[in-house]
Design a protein around this ligand. Structure first.
Ligand code: MIC
Ligand code: SF4
Length: 782
């Protein structure tokens, strides 16, 4: 129900929804530019009672992750306590979406035919802006190139009561941290780095658009009860070592799949020394180890950050509720009794690290980079250095980078390579400009890009490298999959802290160990770089601006127009319902070998253009996959005529001939982003089953949502048994129940057959989605 009322002497529209729990009222205030104190008060009240109930059930002390997660359970009395297996229903406080994923999410939300979203929701335009000449001109180009999409997102936001952050306003996770995150809250976001908000004590989870649609439609968020990994931090960061080095170390220890279906909770004395934005860097990159999310306890640094970002009221309230926002003492003193796994890192001795190429868990200390680069024949010259992105673009990050730049300039040094800086939000950009940091960076040769994802998502127009040319780049981003930044698979991307990136840019080569080596300046003198220091928060406060933010309209009769001839946007039609015959004699489209991330399945870069058009974006399906049955990546053999085709063409051919097909994958299949296109495209092209050694969490959830059956080999060596011309049949589909084994019969070309056991992880409700053809079909029919 929507009603008007007077609130704090201002007129706001209140939206009170009682659709999913009589004890939980969702109040959306008209002003959607921030989280209002009333919402936080309500959340703490619910946490108080839910935590007490959960504690009495568990009969033990609680980790912080449990407090916030179970504190948001739809029904805490019957939410399973079994971690890593059972599913639970939760009621997040907010939803955030970015432009590249919001298009599909909103197209799906429109199918639900609801007047507005049930929880506070925002859209952020950040992924579509291409980096080329610098902030202003790049933004102008983006506004023209993507006008149709930005117009669609803005009008849909107006219609459905969603806060809209236009192009240039900032990258989703920085804006969320500055405006919306609050300790003890729970949010979901259609981007895998949503856990950024965990730096401010929030359970913030990256999801596919269909999950977001559930919550926007007033239904709970259904997810696997996560396992708990505790990371104990002792000591204090010092010298060149930065928060980024903590998460790079964690990634080395746990690997890219070590956090799958787990919440990583940081605790210990060492956490108290790290700024909130530093903590957010760490929780942001928890996505790189596959974690459901990561979280830090609320502390003095959190209070300071809330004060600095104009939210002292929330800081006061949070301080009064410390018991809800920190783990119980017993957990901190006896972590082994509470976490499924405990990792300890001593910050006193942690060295600056650098990871890559091609995977974020290939780590070494900076002091070993030279040796590693020579041993592996990585191109030693660095071709570009990039700092910023949603991971490392805070006031403190840029301040430390600017310190090194300032000192270097005084010593007669300049960056030896093109250096690019991406601020995370307009608020931070305006502040670092005012405080002279941008000037310091520009003085050593930096170009400042728009407040957007840019080269981090392949939106980078490079003139300096030929396609296919081997080269090395360094960045303070979070992802480094092949072809990620510039579309070139031969670009080797290394990731480090902003200070590491600036240090290497000044040296110009991977051989330069800025901790120990010296450089020759423009006067021929030998000089050494000194370790950075900088303020965590601006002493004069953040520049105050809401530039680019648009409140939803009071009147919701806005028309959302989609041109039927558009190549960018396409109205969705529901997927076909379940039919057991579709799972008989399925053709094997491809068998992925090794890493198969969502960037391999549905790459970004130039394809971002079609994120709102399912048919058009399906032209990129599996284009980066290394297929066991063909030599060149992205290709496969057409089993009808034995011809080699690109995988998207092959999928289209089978689709047009009504041939049902299956895709086979290796470990951690679907690693990386939340983009549900990687699940919708195969579904659209006739894929019925994806059978792999193991899945990344968000991708497996996306497959389920879209009606594809995700299966894992019970015996991983069975992966070897599958050959190009096999036909696969799922045998006992009618008896699908939670936890049941699924038999897959492999019919060989010579007429022989072999049965293998596989597992599914569908809950009872998810089986209903599957039987309806997709989660959305299920919702609509109920
Ligand atoms: C990413 O960092 O990979 C992205 C691009 O932000 C994705 C979302 C997308 O593909 O749109 C993510 O992390 O989920
Ligand atoms: Fe944008 Fe890169 Fe952050 Fe993804 S990881 S949200 S592409 S800046």
């Amino acid at each position: 129900m929507r009603e008007n009322c007077n609130f704090n002497n201002k007129r706001f529209r209140l939206n009170i929804s009682t659709s999913f729990s009589s004890s939980k009222y969702i109040i959306i205030l008209m002003d959607l530019s921030k989280t209002h104190i009333e919402l936080v008060e309500r959340v703490y009240k619910t946490l108080e009672s839910n935590i007490a109930l959960y504690k009495s059930r568990k009969g033990n002390s609680l980790t912080l992750a449990e407090k916030i997660l179970y504190g948001h359970a739809k029904n805490v009395s019957d939410t399973s306590l079994i971690r890593g297996e059972d599913f639970g229903d939760f009621l997040p406080d907010r939803v955030a979406m970015q432009d590249a994923t919001a298009q599909m999410a909103l197209l799906q939300f429109m199918q639900a035919e609801l007047p507005e979203t049930a929880v506070p929701t925002t859209v952020h335009c950040d992924h579509l802006i291409q980096a080329y000449e610098g902030a202003n001109s790049d933004l102008n180009v983006a506004n023209k190139t993507h006008k149709e999409v930005f117009d669609f997102l803005r009008s849909a936001s107006e219609k459905y009561n969603i806060g809209f952050w236009g192009p240039g306003a900032g990258i989703i996770h920085q804006v969320v941290l500055e405006q919306y995150a609050f300790p003890g809250g729970m949010m979901i976001g259609t981007d895998s780095h949503t856990p950024n908000a965990g730096g401010l004590g929030m359970v913030a989870i990256g999801v596919g658009g269909a999950d977001a649609v559930d919550v926007m439609a007033g239904m709970p968020f259904n997810t696997k009860i996560p396992k708990l990994i505790g990371v104990k931090l002792t000591g204090k960061l010092n010298g060149w070592t930065a928060p980024k080095d903590i998460i790079l170390k964690v990634a080395e220890i746990l690997t890219v799949k070590g956090g799958t279906n787990a919440i990583v909770e940081y605790f210990g004395e060492g956490t108290k020394q790290i700024s909130t934005t530093g903590k957010a860097t760490i929780t942001n990159m928890g996505a790189e180890i596959g974690a459901t999310c990561s979280i830090f306890p609320f502390d003095k640094k959190g209070e300071e950050y809330l004060d600095a970002t104009g939210r002292s009221d929330i800081a006061v309230l949070a301080n009064k509720n410390m018991h809800l926002l920190t783990a119980d003492d017993d957990v901190v003193s006896n972590p082994d009794n509470f976490f499924d796994q405990v990792v300890e890192i001593n910050l006193d001795t942690l060295e600056p690290h650098i990871v890559g190429p091609h995977t974020p868990d290939l780590a070494r200390p900076v002091s070993r980079l030279k040796e590693d680069a020579i041993d592996n024949s990585y191109p030693l010259q660095i071709s570009s250095a990039l700092i910023g992105s949603c991971t490392n673009s805070s006031y403190e990050d840029i301040g430390r980078a600017a310190y090194i730049a300032r000192e270097a300039a005084k010593k007669g040094l300049k960056s030896k390579v093109p250096l690019m800086v991406t601020p995370g939000s307009e608020i931070t950009r305006a502040t670092i400009e005012r405080d002279g940091y941008l000037r310091d960076l520009e003085a050593i040769g930096a170009t400042v890009l728009a407040n957007a994802c840019g080269p981090c998502i392949g939106q980078w127009k490079r003139d300096d490298i030929e396609p296919g040319e081997s080269n090395s780049i360094v960045s303070s981003y979070n992802r480094n999959f092949p072809a990620r930044n510039d579309g070139n698979k031969e670009t080797l991307s290394f990731i480090g802290s902003p200070e590491t990136v600036i240090g290497l840019a000044l040296g110009g080569t991977l051989e330069f160990d800025f901790l120990n080596d010296t450089l020759i300046n423009d006067e021929g003198d030998e000089v050494k770089l000194s370790p950075p220091t900088a303020e965590e928060l601006p002493p004069e406060g953040f520049a105050s601006t809401l530039e680019g933010f648009i409140q939803p309209k009071e009147d919701s009769n806005v028309e959302v127009v989609i041109d039927p001839n558009s190549e960018r946007l396409q109205v969705l039609t529901p997927f076909d319902p379940f039919d057991a015959n579709n799972y008989t004699d399925m053709t094997v489209l491809m068998k992925a070998v090794g890493k198969c991330t969502t960037d391999h399945i549905s790459p970004a870069g130039k394809w971002l253009r079609f994120r709102g058009h399912l048919e058009n974006i399906s032209q990129n399906l599996f284009i980066g996959v290394n297929n066991a049955f063909s030599d060149e990546s992205g290709t496969g053999i057409n089993t009808i005529n034995n011809k080699v085709m690109t995988l998207p063409e092959l999928a289209k051919t089978y689709h047009e001939k009504n041939i049902n097909w299956i895709a086979i994958g290796d470990e951690n299949y679907g690693e990386g982003s939340s983009r549900e296109h990687a699940a919708m495209e195969p579904r659209f092209r006739g894929c019925r089953v994806v059978l792999v050694k193991s899945f990344a969490r968000i991708h497996e959830a996306n497959l389920k949502k879209q009606g594809i059956l995700p299966l894992t080999f019970a015996d991983k060596t069975d992966y070897e048994k599958i050959e190009q011309n096999d036909k696969l049949t799922i045998k006992n589909l009618e008896n699908l129940t939670p936890g049941s084994k699924v038999t897959v019969s492999i019919q060989k070309e010579d007429g022989s057959a072999v049965d293998i056991d596989t597992n599914h992880s569908l809950s009872e409700e998810q089986i209903s989605w599957f039987e309806s053809g997709s989660a959305l079909n299920y919702i609509k029919s109920n």
